[in-house]
Structures are given as C-alpha cells and as structure tokens.
Design a protein around this ligand. Structure first.
Ligand code: GDP
Length: 477
C-alpha cells in the first residue's frame, strides 16, 4: 500500500522533515507530498518500530472507501447527532424519535440505552442516532480521531431563539465539516417565533432554502410529536445529497460509542459499525482491547449474528472496556490482535511522553517553512463578547499570503474542556483574553499538547501572531 510522506509522518508522530531525512539515508529522494511505495514504507516503519498495519487501522482510513472495490460499495444509512442549547429539547427529540420508532417497529422490543440506536423508516430506509446529545461528547470523540457523524440536527427552541450553546454547536459542527439541519422546536408554544430563529441563524451562515440558501429547516414539537416524520424525511434527503457509501463485504471497522463492565455479562462495548460487516466469531480490536465476538445484540437487546454499515451493536467478548471514540476493527486472528494492541499501548505511552504533534505558535514558523500548514485555527475566549469580537476582527484582517488565520470559535467565559477538545480535534490554538483556563481544561490542554495563550492586552495578541509568523516569537516555557 502506498502512502505519502506527510501521512506517514503523521502516522508515526514525527516531523515530515525527519522522515525526508531518513528517506535520503535509505537512498530515496522524496518531498513531503510524495507517495512512497509499500516496500519503502515497511522499511521506514521498521525504523520507527511502527507497523504499516496500524496505520491501516487508524481513524483517518476508517471511512475512506478508497481501497474498496467500487462494485462492492453500497449506500449506507446516515449517522446523526443532535445538538443545541440546554433545555431546547435535545433529549425530548431523541425520546420522541425512539418511541415512535418502537411503535412502528417490531412488537415486544424494549429499547435499551446502548449509546446509539437505529430508526427504521420502512422500505429499507434507516437512520442511526447517537444517544449522547450535545457538542461536548461529539467533539470529545473527534479529539480522539473519531468521525461518527454524517449530519448534525441543531435543535433551537422557537420561544427562546439562538443561545450561547447554539452558537457553540454550530461552530463545533462546522469545524468538523458536518452539515447541519435545523430543527426549530417547541412550535406548540404560544410564544413560539420560528421566523426569528431563521433570521438569527441566517446571520450565522445557515441561510434557509426558502431564502435562497442551502440549510434545511424543520418546524417541530418534540413534546407534541409534530413534524417528526418530516424531519426524518429531511435527514434522508440530506443523506442522499451526501451520497454515503460503505462496503458491506469487507471486514468491519467502526467506533466504540460506549462501554461498561456489566455484573452479569462482563465487558460490554457498543460499536457503531461504519464500514464492512461485523460477525459473531470475528476477532475485533477496540482501542487497546481485543477479543472474539462472543455475542452481539441490537438496540432492542435482540441477539444478532451480523451487523452491517451504520449499525450500532452491543458486543460481548472484548477483554476490557475501551473508551468512547476508540477505533474498532476486525483483524485476521488473535495473534495479530495481540501484536497490534501491544504496539498501540506503546504508541499511547510514547505519545504521552512526547507532545502529540499539535499545532503551537512556537512551531508556526517551521510549519510554514516546510509547507505543512495552510491555515492556523484559532479559538478565542474572552471575559466579554466585545473583546472576543475585537480580537477576531483584528486577526481576520491580518495580512499573510502564507497562512490563513481561521477563527473556529469565539465566545465569552473561561476556557473549558470542550474548548480544549475542539482545539485538539481541529489542531487549533486557544487565545484567552482576561480569562483563565478551568483547572480541568488546563490539565487536558497539557496532556493533549494544546497551545493555550493568555493575554490582557489586545495589541499583544496580534503582535505575538505576527512574531510567530516571522519565526521571532520568544519560546514559551
Ligand atoms: P435538552 O436539555 O436540550 O435535552 O432539553 P429537554 O429535552 O430536556 O427539554 C427541556 C424542557 O423542554 C423539558 O421540560 C421538556 O418537556 C420541554 N420541551 C421539549 N420539547 C418541547 C416541545 O416541543 N414543546 C414544549 N412545550 N416543551 C418542550
């Protein structure tokens, strides 16, 4: 399998320039974007004690269908996450979707909370919903490298309008490049004003279709179950546009969405299969755990023997509890599984020792020179909205032909764990203005190698970025 120098560098957490140097020693002249053949990759992999096998099992390649045979690719159901401000009705919407699905679905099924569930719309149409709503869980998984959402449903209460967490949700979905469908909820309320919601969101790049934009809006009441069927249809419509594909013929790959130790059943993991088909008896690795699939259950607790793409399943037989966001993949045999897990554990240890190769202002200049960075993602948190705006404005008009500054998120308040996860997932830095990082957030930033910079004078923010671009920034200790 061929791989580019840049991808290889990423896979073994080294600088691309270092790989280029190694290649030269091996007698191969290559630049960063060049593709090296499988044999050379193996040689290099040996040097780094990594296995090419590991990379194949990395998240980045999980959803890539490039090595699948075209004829085997089939449409798959969309995977959906619900986001929105607190109390705007995320949980109510999930419940109302689930219970209507139970009513129309097979009789006798008691729904189990396994972290995700499938809704059958009939005539072969299905939607998978993740059970943990909100952008915090979404971005936490993303910070681990997981990509488990095709479409975000943004719930906005029609009597309350756009709120701080609505904006956060938009920014988190955008940073992930996931399309948004707006569900304007609580339209049963007398003071509901869906028009106002549209107006407020149109200002944030979510221009409704009826106003010439591309964003789908649905008026719903999660409580009174109004407009739910229409919302489901709109999800299917968006899914069609996305043209989601998977290859049910291959060995399964997916993501762990939940796992727990059950008194009776032992270690239980919910895996959302994203490509391939998972079968009873398969050897599966999940994070640094592995095992033979002893039994599988669907979201109704019904035993099943196989699960295709976009299906969440409870799996018994894994020798531990992997973390949500861990990659799950089927491998040939137990020996391979053991080997991969051992080297993964080492890799985890190593990446904990070295920083994770995250973007920092100190490194900006060298990244610019080696051409490995085109834009610098920035998250701004300030004591008041006005300051965040002011910093964003001055950074946005920052002149640079080499690196684009992209404000991923800006808001008022201290730096939270969710901010750090967003920065980690988007390889961005965080600028705090007259605020501090919450203790847990500071800890996480340290662990993840996320660059957090604190300021009290706006001018100094701009000055530091300028210096960083010129390679003149004093190293922060
Ligand atoms: P979450 O925090 O976003 O998960 O919001 P919840 O689903 O917990 O809902 C918050 C409150 O709004 C609860 O008291 C719900 O009963 C209420 N609620 C949710 N959806 C609707 C709706 O469509 N109409 C009305 N009137 N109330 C709703």
């Amino acid at each position: 399998e061929a791989i580019s120098v840049a991808d290889f560098a990423k896979a073994v957490s080294k600088k691309a320039t270092e790989i280029v140097a190694k290649l030269i020693k091996l007698g191969v002249m290559a630049n960063i974007n060049q593709v090296i053949d499988a044999e050379t990759a193996e040689l290099l992999a040996d040097e780094y004690g990594a296995m090419v096998e590991i990379r194949k099992l990395d998240h980045e390649h999980l959803l890539s269908t490039e090595d699948d045979i075209q004829e085997n690719l089939q449409s798959r159901s969309p995977i959906v996450t619900i986001m929105g401000h607190v109390d705007h009705g995320k949980t109510s919407l999930l419940d109302s979707i689930r219970s209507s699905a139970v009513v129309t679905g097979e009789a006798g099924g008691i729904t189990q909370h396994i972290g995700a569930y499938n809704v059958d719309l009939g005539s072969g149409k299905k939607i998978a919903f993740l059970d943990t709503p909100g952008h915090e869980a979404f971005t936490q998984m993303r910070a681990r490298g997981a990509k488990v959402t095709d479409i975000v449903i943004l719930v906005v209460a029609a009597d309350d309008g756009v709120m701080p967490q609505t904006i956060e949700a938009i920014n988190h979905a955008k940073a992930a490049g996931v399309p948004i469908i707006v569900a304007v909820n609580k339209i049963d309320k007398p003071d509901a004003n869906p028009q106002r919601v549209m107006q407020e969101l149109a200002e944030r790049d979510l221009l409704p279709e009826e106003w010439g934009g591309t964003t789908i809006y649905c008026n719903i009441s999660a409580k009174e179950r109004i407009g739910i069927d229409n919302l489901m249809e709109m999800i299917m419509l968006q899914a069609e546009i996305l043209d989601l594909k998977a290859n049910p013929e291959r060995e399964a790959r997916g993501t762990v969405v939940e796992s727990k130790l059950d008194k009776q059943r032992g270690a239980v993991s919910t895996i959302l299969v994203q490509n391939g088909t998972l079968r009873k008896g398969d050897i599966v690795i999940a994070g640094t755990c592995y095992g033979r699939v002893r039994a599988m259950f669907d979201d109704r607790g019904k035993p099943i023997n196989e699960a295709g793409p976009s299906t969440p399943v409870e799996v018994l037989g894994i020798n531990g509890v992997p973390e949500a966001g861990d990659l799950a993949a089927v491998v040939a045999d137990e020996k391979t599984a053991r080997q991969i897990c051992t080297s993964r554990e080492e890799k985890v240890k190593n990446t904990e020792l070295t920083s994770k190769g995250k973007m920092t202002l100190d490194d900006l200049f060298s990244h610019m020179q080696s051409g490995t960075i085109k834009e610098l993602g920035i998250i701004i948190k300030a004591d008041v909205h006005g300051s965040a705006e002011a910093i964003a404005t001055s950074l946005e008009k920052f002149p640079s032909d080499q690196v684009k500054l992209r404000i991923i998120h800006k808001g008022a308040g201290g730096i939270t764990e969710t901010d750090v996860n967003l920065a980690s997932a988007s390889n961005a830095i965080i600028i705090g203005f007259s605020v501090r990082a919450e203790p847990k957030a500071a800890e996480l930033a340290q662990r993840e190698g996320v660059d957090v910079r604190l300021y009290n004078i706006i001018y100094e923010v701009v000055e530091d970025i300028k210096k960083a671009m010129e390679g003149l920034l004093d190293k922060q200790v």
